[in-house]
Design a protein around this ligand. Structure first.
Ligand code: UDP
Ligand code: MG
Length: 338
């Protein structure tokens, strides 16, 4: 066993994952325990409706380094990760999926780069997406292109998910970001510091089914774009100005035409085209306003991002007892009696 003075925590959001949890734990310890001296797994149960929690609690009896943060209902993966970032105390945190689509052995490469090269944000890059459908590949490429064009200073590399290693200093900065709409992929990039990507092949899910569909992905993409760019909001003044100038030119042209050639009645086609076009443009503009308004309302209400109803395992001993407000959520920790 290698001597080390740092502690690494794998944070694993789980939602109805009774088929994958056990395989995940076995694989992780098989591949990592001999290599990393202080490693812990922190599951965040995102309101599973199956017996995921019972399975995790049974596994906890076998291993001393598995903790569970149980959320009081389904809050979504981003909220689940935020809970772990708030509560976990390790020197480095690795968000990882439970379905083994993020190969645990890659964590060793992450740690090597973190320790030896001093990189603070080491992320995995999905190199082979041949298993994904064409629609998914194209839409994902399109998203990264649009996001990076609109977001300005915060750039996210394409084909990078949540799977990465982040150093304590980045985590501490993330804890100061209080927004409710948490698009973690870009939030991880926000604090800056040094970053480096490691390529890997993303395998199929080991068991169970994906929790995503195209509608959810679309809304997720909108969340990301609206959280990191106000360009969609501002573009309407420019478009309005542009159409205004065009209208003025058209007006003068019509005025001169009428003065020179006299008045003629036709104009229905032009009129209806202009009315429909402007109507559509205005509706889109109002729609975009609505997107920001809705999100603004969420932010102003300032509700907690997550509620952790129960914390068990080693983590519970490091946290204050009873109810506590953490940076973006609320946690109940009644497990310190033991
Ligand atoms: N997940 C979650 N809450 C949700 C949906 C998903 O915690 O509301 C977890 C899920 O259990 C898994 C990870 O997020 O560990 C990634 O989900 P999935 O494999 O379905 O996503 P994909 O790999 O298809 O993008
Ligand atoms: Mg998956």
């Amino acid at each position: 066993m290698r001597k080390s003075d740092y502690k690494v925590a794998l944070i694993v959001p789980v939602y109805n994952e009774h088929e994958t949890v056990e395989t995940f734990v076995k694989t992780v310890f098989e591949k990592l325990e001999a290599e990393i001296e202080h490693i812990e797994i922190v599951f965040i149960d995102d309101g599973s409706k199956d017996d995921t929690v019972q399975i995790i609690e049974n596994i906890q009896k076998e291993y001393g380094n598995i903790s569970l943060i149980k959320l009081s209902r389904n809050f979504g993966k981003e909220a689940a990760m935020s809970a772990a970032l708030d509560l976990v105390q390790a020197d480095a945190i690795v968000p990882i999926d439970v379905d083994l689509q993020d190969p645990p052995e890659l964590v060793l490469d992450f740690i090597k780069i973190w320790r030896e090269e001093g990189v603070d944000n080491v992320f995995g890059i999905r190199e082979d997406r041949s298993k994904d459908t064409n629609t998914k590949r194209v839409s994902s490429e399109g998203f990264y292109y649009v996001f990076n064009k609109l977001s300005g200073r915060v750039q996210i590399p394409s084909n990078v998910g949540d799977f990465r290693l982040i150093d304590r200093k980045i985590i501490d900065i993330l804890k100061t970001l209080k927004e409710r709409n948490r698009f973690m992929k870009a939030l991880y990039a926000w604090p800056g510091f040094t970053s480096k990507g490691v390529g890997y092949m993303r395998p199929e899910r080991v068991a169970g089914t994906t929790k995503w569909n195209y509608w959810k992905l679309w809304n997720f993409a909108l969340d990301g774009i609206f959280a990191f760019s106000s360009l969609p909001l501002r573009v309407w003044s420019y478009l309005g100005g542009f159409i205004g100038v065009l209208s003025l030119i058209y007006m003068f042209w019509n005025l001169i035409k009428t003065l020179v050639l006299g008045n003629s009645t036709p104009g229905y086609t032009t009129l209806i085209c202009v009315i429909l076009f402007l109507g559509a443009v205005q509706l889109i503009g109002i729609g975009v306003l609505g997107e920001y308004m809705g999100r603004l309302t969420e932010e102003v209400k300032g509700r907690p991002v997550y509620v952790a109803s129960k914390i068990t395992g080693p983590l519970s001993k490091q946290l204050p007892k009873g109810m506590s407000n953490t940076s973006v959520g609320i946690s109940y920790n009644e497990e310190t009696k033991k």
